[in-house]
Design a protein around this ligand. Structure first.
Ligand code: SAM
Length: 470
């Protein structure tokens, strides 16, 4: 039985409800009256539930699709302005006891060299990341209670936060590790993590069990209920995601929104972010072995629909996607992207050996190239970490977003962190474009006091001071 508020995976992600949703979407995909009603609700920024959003996903009427894209773009502008937050993944360890058939870290893969960073190696990786200009990391690790116990992850987080090289600092560490216990989530919270990210991979239980044949990750309920445990432990910024390609995208899309609705219903706050990875080639992994790959068009449609369905949730695109695809979806609602990523353990310091990556990266540009490109497209690259450091997490962040105070708060924070980047790390051309962008951006701050303070802070950054925030 479908029950949004249940704490049981099979009740809040009910297979029957998803199937009925898909049937309802199929029946209504050409029903203009229903579609217009749904679009009107989205236009009022009320978000959409999984049934409504699924109708739009099934709809193929060209002018309605245009409306969806235009609306996604508008909602993105209203809530996020033109800021794009930048981050990088940091792979700590590829030891893993699971059997995930899409991931090269799986236990039986003897073709990859197993590696776990020492604290000294982490120092070197973090310095390399700081020297590029990164301020936010997402740490990644396989699941292995012996090689990567929670104590190891906590020690790594401490090390990362402790390193201050030149003007560099990592100010927010997001964590992407396997589902764990409430007690371990509490320890992560105490270590000062930003978002806890865990991809569901697939919401389809049978498929989930088939593609996770062995190891602790095989347990569908334990994995699906992980975010409830994280929230119970006090982590109120959690990041959802589906690995597109494993199952039918319409099924996954409905499941993803049901998961978001469940978190909102039970904990009073929806997901902080949603990621939309697609399966990529890796050692022993051929994406064409999976039957449910999605085209770039469908990918863009999914991004636009996530944006209008959950307007306050950030959306993340990694370097799994090419420059072209990233460019296409940026204005449809993506709010965070990774840049200059290395997906092998130790990859920021050592040259990456062939087939050592967790997946092939499609966007190989440097961080400076990414920053430069974003600005030329009219975006403000942001290294901001202010909300979490000011305690604006969970519903407090959502309140900021809903009150549309972004131009007085997030916008100046973005400009100030961009200014730091330009002072400390940018190439000459990037610096020139950025300085102009900041000058124009400061003028856009509506509140006169906020504007005055932002001017002063930007000036102080030119004089060598760092780390201002609203
Ligand atoms: N081991 C942890 C877990 O099980 O959740 C965490 C992290 S894993 C390093 C990060 C994510 O990479 C996985 O959740 C999966 O969605 C994604 N991934 C794995 N193999 C991939 C591939 N071949 N292509 C694209 N993404 C992949």
């Amino acid at each position: 039985m479908y029950n949004q508020k249940s704490l049981k995976a099979e009740e809040f992600i009910s297979d029957k409800e998803i199937r009925e949703t898909l049937a309802y979407a199929e029946e209504n995909k050409e029903n203009r009256e229903v579609i217009d009603r749904i679009l009107e609700k989205a236009r009022q920024k009320k978000g959409l539930n999984h049934r409504e959003a699924s109708v739009l996903l099934a709809c193929e009427i060209p002018e309605k699709l245009e409306e969806i894209y235009a609306l996604a773009e508008q909602i993105k502008k209203d809530y996020y302005g033109n800021r794009i937050v930048l981050f990088a993944p940091l792979y700590l360890s590829n030891y893993c006891v699971n059997g995930c058939v899409y991931c090269p870290y799986h236990l039986k893969n003897s073709n990859i060299a197993r590696k776990k960073l020492t604290q000294e190696e982490i120092r070197r990786e973090v310095i390399a990341l700081q020297d590029m200009g990164h301020k936010r990391l997402a740490i990644e690790a396989g699941e292995d209670p012996v090689n990567n116990p929670i104590e190891y992850i906590l020690e790594c987080i401490d090390t990362i936060y402790s390193i201050k090289h030149k003007n560099g600092a990592i100010r927010r560490v997001n964590v992407n590790i396997a589902a764990t216990t409430v007690e371990n989530y509490r320890r992560l919270k105490e270590a000062g993590i930003g978002t806890y990210i865990l991809f569901q991979e697939t919401y389809h239980k049978e498929t989930y069990e088939r593609i996770h044949p062995t190891g602790p990750k095989h347990d569908y309920a334990y994995h699906t209920e992980a975010m409830d445990r994280a929230m119970e432990a006090g982590i109120d910024d959690v990041g959802l995601g589906v690995l597109f390609g494993l199952e039918m995208y319409r099924y996954e899309f409905a499941g993803l929104l049901m998961h978001a609705e469940h978190l909102e219903a039970v904990h009073g706050v929806g997901p902080h972010t949603i990621s939309v990875p697609r399966i990529k080639r890796a050692e022993g992994i051929d994406p064409s072995d999976f039957d449910n790959g999605i085209s770039d068009d469908i990918f863009a449609k999914i991004c636009a629909l996530i944006r209008i369905s959950v307007p306050y949730t950030g959306m993340i695109i990694s370097t799994r996607e090419s420059k072209e695809v990233r460019e296409r979806v940026l204005h449809l609602g993506v709010s965070q992207i990774s840049g200059a990523s290395r997906t092998s353990v130790g990859g920021y310091v050592e040259p990456e050996e062939e087939n050592s990556q967790q997946f092939d990266v499609s966007d190989n540009r440097t961080l400076d190239e990414v920053v430069n490109w974003l600005m030329k497209l009219g975006y403000i690259p942001s290294f901001c970490t202010a909300c979490y450091r000011e305690g604006r997490t969970g519903d407090r962040f959502m309140a900021l977003c809903k009150s549309m105070q972004i131009l007085n708060c997030c916008h100046p924070n973005a400009l100030m962190t961009l200014k730091e980047y330009l002072e400390d790390y940018a190439g000459e051309e990037t610096r020139e474009i950025g300085m102009e962008l900041i000058a124009r951006g400061l003028e856009e701050i509506p509140n006169p006091r906020a504007k005055q303070t932002a001017y002063e802070y930007i000036h102080d950054i030119s004089r060598g001071m760092r780390d201002f925030r609203f």
